[in-house]
Design a protein around this ligand. Structure first.
Ligand code: SF4
Length: 451
């Protein structure tokens, strides 16, 4: 558990010598607790302090990685239960399933579709990052052949979903070391799987019928010298899933049971309908699941899941933002509309995509509002009429257009008067509240005002 400032203070020399650059040991302890400085700054720190603080700085949930380069996927390393307490470090990995008994052409098509399932949202590429090969009928040779087929047609790391160590071995032999997760070992098969995981440098998922058995199994495997583990508590129903995932996270953060100090996973059962699959996946993303294996899917199922995942795993302390200034959407001319908004990137990307959809190229003047959305920025005093007016003039947009009109978001119509005062000679037009209404606004208001 992270130490408080007072707990750290008790470990320091308490001489207030100021060598660390802080006026008192307590002030330094508070900075240490906030992880803003390192203990190295105190020359008199005892060995006990170094040892205790060193242990406390190791994340309670181990980081587990698979794949390499741009396709490397990481899970775990989380330190909090709630995102607003700090941040979540590694977003839930979604692995879409292909089955060993699918016809080859269909199988390959699915592999290519999963690999290409990437979308641009708010300036980030969000994507499916793993392919899960599900074992069904067939022997080791068939399983290995399909694993090789995936590797030959996709750079994404693979989850080898089989409880048969021989099949896992055959498939792993066809793959690059470290490019797959072995999924998964039970108490009975742990020994064989651990040998394989060590040899192939592949993370190993563990499965058990109860949380107690799962923790024991993880400790046993760690005792065998292998710690790149993922914990699958099994799937019964969504209530059990929520309970188990939450319990494991809570206990892991308290460092009470060593066997829970690993990322977790869930396999959504075959035959789950699309609605339920979306529900379970979103539950897993919201509540602590490091890896979700989805057996059956359509690419469109994942748009809302990827969006939700991006929202949850964006660092709340670093809002996504774009730089202030002038942006062009399409090839705007000197008579094109000028929209004004804040530098919250979601706002910017929604606005620009709706302008794009309107078929009327435009200018956007982005005002730096510390990454806040329009209403939040206005409420916080970062998007007042005078500030926005000055920022628009300072942007230089006046040199690019022949008219003198700007469109402000409908939600902040209240700043119109102050902007008019700050921008003499300019017309301040109140646009729609929602970016989605930009296409109709251009036709019904802007073009008429220009004619
Ligand atoms: S250097 Fe160490 S002993 Fe001196 S004030 Fe800082 S924390 Fe205290």
């Amino acid at each position: 558990m992270a130490l408080t400032g007072l707990q750290i203070y008790k470990l320091l020399p308490q001489t207030n010598c100021k060598e660390c650059g802080y006026p008192t040991c307590l002030a330094f302890a508070m900075k240490l607790a906030a992880k803003q400085v390192s203990l190295d700054l105190c020359p008199d720190a005892s060995d006990e302090a170094k040892e205790t603080l060193g242990a406390a700085s190791v994340p309670p949930i181990r980081k587990v990685a698979v794949g390499s380069g741009d396709y490397k996927v990481e899970m775990g390393e989380e330190v909090v239960l709630f995102r607003h307490d700090k941040t979540f470090y590694h977003e839930t990995v979604l692995a879409l399933g292909v089955a060993v008994d699918q016809p080859e052409a269909e199988f390959l098509e699915a592999v290519k579709t999963i690999t290409g399932a990437a979308f641009d949202r708010a300036g980030e590429c969000i994507a499916i990052t793993m392919i899960a090969l599900r074992d069904k009928a067939g022997n080791s040779t068939a399983f290995a052949k399909r694993a090789k087929l995936i590797a030959d047609h996709s750079p994404l790391p693979i989850v080898l979903v089989t409880d048969d160590p021989e099949k896992a071995q055959a498939a792993a032999d066809k793959l690059t070391d470290g490019s797959a997760i072995l999924y998964g070992a039970t108490t009975e098969t742990a020994s064989a799987f651990v040998d394989l995981a060590k040899a192939k440098k592949m993370p190993l998922a563990l499965q058990a019928d109860s949380l107690e058995e799962l923790a024991d199994l993880a400790e046993k495997v760690a005792g065998m010298g292998f710690k790149d583990l993922i914990l699958d508590p099994g799937f019964v129903n969504q209530a059990e899933m929520l309970k188990n995932q939450t319990l494991i996270r809570r206990i892991a953060l308290d460092r009470k049971v060593k066997g829970f100090g690993y990322p977790t996973s869930t396999v959504i059962p075959e035959g789950t309908d699309a609605f339920q699959m979306g529900l379970l996946s979103s539950l897993g993303i919201a509540k602590y699941t490091g890896l979700i294996i989805v057996p059956e899917w359509q690419t469109w199922h994942f748009m809302p899941l990827l969006t939700m995942r991006q929202n949850i795993y964006t660092d709340p302390q670093k809002p996504l933002q774009v730089d202030g200034g002038i942006y062009e959407v399409g090839e705007p001319l000197e008579d094109s509309p000028v929209y004004v908004s804040t530098n919250f990137s979601l706002t910017y990307f929604m606005l620009s995509s709706e302008i794009d959809a309107s078929d009327h190229p435009a200018w956007i003047v982005i005002v730096d509002a510390e990454g806040m959305s329009v209403l939040t920025a206005w409420s916080a005093g970062k998007f007042g009429g005078e500030q926005v007016g000055k920022a628009v003039l300072a942007s230089g947009i006046g040199d690019k257009i022949k008219h003198r009109k700007v469109v402000i978001p409908g939600y902040v119509a209240v700043i119109k008067g102050e902007m008019e005062d700050a921008m003499p000679g300019w017309e301040i037009m109140v646009g729609p509240q929602e970016a989605a209404d930009i296409p109709s606004y251009v036709k019904e208001v802007w073009l008429r005002s220009a004619s």
